[in-house]
Design a protein around this ligand. Structure first.
Ligand SMILES: NC(=O)c1ccc[n+]([C@@H]2O[C@H](COP(=O)([O-])OP(=O)(O)OC[C@H]3O[C@@H](n4cnc5c(N)ncnc54)[C@H](O)[C@@H]3O)[C@@H](O)[C@H]2O)c1
Length: 339
């Protein structure tokens, strides 16, 4: 199948593209390689994908209609998986405009060209952060999502609405995937687990928000790749597979999480244990825009695809650290518990 993937040099984009290329699909990646975090890491991910004969790539911004239109309409994809976005809750507080441009205008452009290219299925990445201030857990796709706490979350919610309206007007099959804290090898340096690892190893203090009283549904990257794979051919044309029964559009919203709530301090304990160094802890107040708890209800995904996340956070952390030591050339044998 011909699959167009935006954000292919990103964390999730790398793993998903690699997996689909290995299965023999023809993949065209699209990424601006922006400097939100270490560009070297994005280049290294790109180098991995470049080795596959069935991979081609366009460097460009989603906001640039000309370049985006050309690369989609020339490639003629059957499926588009739209992962590129300005991610991160904290950065959005100081840089809101970047989020409006990349996430809202960018997604609008993708939907427009998906419609022009007559794709069979458009899958769009959203986030558990759209559940915002909701108290009821686990979060279910049909819960109200009216109280986003950050600009990032607000832009994700906006793209969901935009996608639904397009799907309704033009009968464009769209699946919106709400990911829950994705982590693993080749991960994002701006995310807490990555920063913690880096700082623990270099014996710098780590900032722990809300004094650690936070819970996250941490989802290992392989489970996300598996979930997306399982959805590719499940276009939301059948009403029974849609999330919102009142909708007449071929549209669904789907949670993708691990369905386990992990206490932040337990996550840090495991990192410390695996690295073999005690963290220097700096307990802080709640960070603006953050949510205290996330937990997914993935019954709909399970019903449609049989999805069952397999990786516990303890195994996931080990895998992440093995990659981290290798990529940053840290001799893990020299760390205390590895002797
Ligand atoms: N990682 C998570 O925990 C998580 C959780 C929920 C949702 N998501 C969503 O999943 C998607 C992928 O996330 P990720 O963790 O791989 O992030 P990432 O930042 O590693 O990857 C995003 C990629 O998109 C590219 N990009 C950003 N803005 C662009 C633009 N305007 N034009 C072209 N390319 C652009 C970046 O260069 C980057 O390589 C995003 O939509 C994100 O919001 C991620």
């Amino acid at each position: 199948m011909k699959i167009f993937i935006t954000g292919s040099s990103g964390f999730i984009g790398l793993h998903l593209s690699k997996n689909l290329l290995e299965k023999g699909h023809i993949v065209h990646g699209f990424d601006s390689m922006n400097a939100y975090y270490d560009v070297k890491l994005k280049k290294s991910r790109y180098q991995i994908l470049k080795k596959y004969k069935n991979f081609s790539f366009t460097k460009g911004k989603l906001e640039n209609q000309k370049i985006l239109r050309k690369s989609i309409l020339r490639f003629k994809p059957k499926i588009i998986i739209h992962l590129a976005a300005q991610a991160g809750v904290r950065y959005s507080i100081k840089n809101p405009r970047t989020y409006l441009d990349s996430n809202i205008i960018g997604t609008y452009n993708i939907i427009e060209f998906a419609k022009k290219a007559n794709v069979k299925h458009l899958l769009i990445a959203s986030s558990s952060s759209v559940y915002g201030a909701n108290k009821k857990i686990p979060f279910k796709e049909t819960d109200k999502t009216d109280t986003q706490l950050s600009i990032y979350a607000a832009t994700k919610k906006s793209t969901e609405s935009l996608a639904h309206s397009y799907s309704n007007l033009w009968k464009l099959p769209i699946t919106v995937m709400r990911f829950f804290t994705v982590y693993g090898p080749w991960g994002r340096p701006d995310m807490a687990y990555f920063k913690f690892a880096k700082k623990i190893i270099s014996r710098k203090k780590i900032d722990i928000y809300n004094r650690g009283k936070m819970y996250r549904d941490y989802t290992y990257i392989d489970d996300i790749v598996d979930g997306i794979n399982k959805l590719l051919n499940k276009t939301p044309l059948l009403k029974s597979t849609n999330s919102h029964k009142s909708s007449i559009a071929p549209f669904r919203i789907i949670n993708m999480g691990n369905t386990k709530k992990v206490y932040l301090l337990d996550f840090i304990d495991t990192l410390e244990k695996e690295i073999g160094i005690k963290a220097i802890r700096n307990y802080m107040a709640m960070q603006k825009g953050d949510v205290k708890t996330t937990l997914s209800d993935t019954k709909l995904l399970k019903k449609i695809t049989g999805y069952k996340p397999k990786t516990t956070y303890k195994v996931g952390i080990k895998n992440f650290l093995n990659w981290y030591f290798e990529y940053y050339k840290i001799n893990s044998k020299n760390l205390p518990n590895k002797k």
